[in-house]
Design a binder for this molecule. Structure first.
Ligand SMILES: *[C@@H]1O[C@H](CO)[C@@H](O)[C@H](O)[C@H]1NC(C)=O
Length: 399
């Protein structure tokens, strides 16, 4: 074992200079690690930790944020609301980031203001929910770490309760972003109870309204969930062609599509007839590339809301915000490579239910399901793949 361990780690060190700031190498490195995991299974968990530790060290000494902007409650699922002293528990400042020479924009030279309408920008939308804040911050961190031109990324943050702007600003001082308030009342009357409580948060439905919330000059957006990390350059996802489609996402045509809707739905032809002439496949709404121009033109928000109204009166599905997307878009989605949503890593959070990766390359790891890596790491019962989330975590006191 010692031999295997040392030969593997020396291979990593040979191929990847961890101290180097060259982003291409940083981008490749988790993919190679994942390869190791695939082929050696659980045994490799220990290896992952060892292999990861140099990259952990490459993060500069963290600086605690001692601000008072956040005097609300930080709640985590399964815990009673607890007041966190922000002097002790807060987010460390991320390392500074800059564009590589080959970036097309002039931002690295000019210090002038960027406007959200600049056509060179890559637009990413993420919700900032107090319960998933740690995940959102890790997601942002991962995107910046693996991007060749991180200064060309504009983040659109959707929030509902607390003003998190100062917290984001102190964690990522150079970040280009805007915070939007999403009024829970917009969807309050449209949400029906779903099987999983966590899926009923109004902010889960904010993605339905991106076309209205974001500035009209923003023509395309990548929507990302808060329980994922990106381990590749997000600009590759950004430039994916959607053809004539409005939404792009990895499709899963082998999944049993029937189970996403109730028997009542399938037996009522007025409802299930919506899929006539389509070849609907399941897709996950946690990673989507959205053409906002087409979305606005065809008012997909209204179409989604109509299905939510129907759901309120006659239960046609069990899950939360996902099924309306399937109803409106399944079969009309631009298929994106599966590497951009290695989903299901959350599993069902029952001991021993850790998930493995799907075959193939990985650009994005998604802990969908009820198990979240930060909770499992904190409880000292992590799944092997949770070690791939940990390097992006900025939560906690300054060491
Ligand atoms: C798909 O799911 C439905 C509903 O749960 C079930 O009745 C059906 O047998 C499943 N089909 C296959 C091919 O597994």
């Amino acid at each position: 074992m010692a031999f295997l361990l040392s030969s593997l780690s020396s291979r990593f060190v040979d191929r990847f200079d961890f101290k180097s700031k060259k982003r291409k190498k940083v981008t490749d490195f988790p993919l190679k690690m994942l390869w190791v995991i695939r082929f050696t299974g659980f045994f490799s968990a220990a290896l992952v930790m060892i292999v990861l530790s140099p990259s952990l060290q490459s993060f500069p000494p963290a600086e605690a944020i001692r601000s008072s902007q956040f005097d609300g409650y930080l709640r985590y699922p399964g815990q009673t609301p607890a007041v966190y002293s922000l002097n002790r528990f807060s987010f460390r400042k991320a390392s500074s980031f800059g564009n590589a020479e080959e970036c097309s924009s002039g931002y690295r030279k000019s210090s002038g203001e960027t406007t959200v309408c600049d056509p060179v920008l890559v637009h990413v939308a993420i919700t900032l929910d107090v319960e998933y804040l740690r995940g959102s911050i890790a997601a942002i961190h991962s995107i910046l770490q693996h991007s060749l031109c991180p200064r060309d990324i504009f983040f659109h943050f959707l929030v509902s309760d607390t003003n998190l702007e100062t917290l984001v600003r102190s964690t990522f001082p150079q970040l280009k972003f805007k915070v939007y308030y999403f009024d829970p009342e917009i969807v309050r009357n449209l949400i029906s109870t779903s099987v999983r409580q966590a899926l009923e948060q109004p902010l889960n439905y904010a993605r339905n309204y991106l076309a209205d919330i974001l500035e009209p000059c923003v023509r395309r957006v990548i929507y990302l969930d808060s329980d994922l990390v990106v381990v590749d350059d997000v600009s590759k996802l950004w430039t994916t062609s959607l053809g004539s489609r409005t939404v792009g996402a990895p499709e899963y045509c082998h999944a049993n599509f029937t189970k996403y809707f109730t028997a009542g739905f399938w037996s009522d032809k007025r409802l299930s007839g919506t899929f006539a002439g389509r070849k609907p496949c399941y897709f996950n709404t946690g990673v989507m590339v959205i053409d906002l121009v087409k979305w606005r033109r065809f008012d997909y928000t209204k179409r989604i809301e109509r299905w939510m109204e129907i759901q309120k009166n006659s239960r046609i599905y069990e899950l939360g915000s996902l099924p309306p997307y399937l109803l409106v878009f399944a079969g009309h989605v631009a298929p994106i490579e599966h590497r951009w949503n290695q989903h299901g890593l959350g599993g069902d959070n029952v001991r021993g239910s850790c998930r493995d990766l799907h075959p193939g390359p990985v650009s994005l790891l998604h802990w969908s399901g009820s198990g979240k890596p930060w909770l499992r790491l904190d409880s000292n019962r992590p799944c092997p793949l949770d070690a791939l989330w940990a390097p992006y975590d900025l939560y906690g006191p300054s060491p």
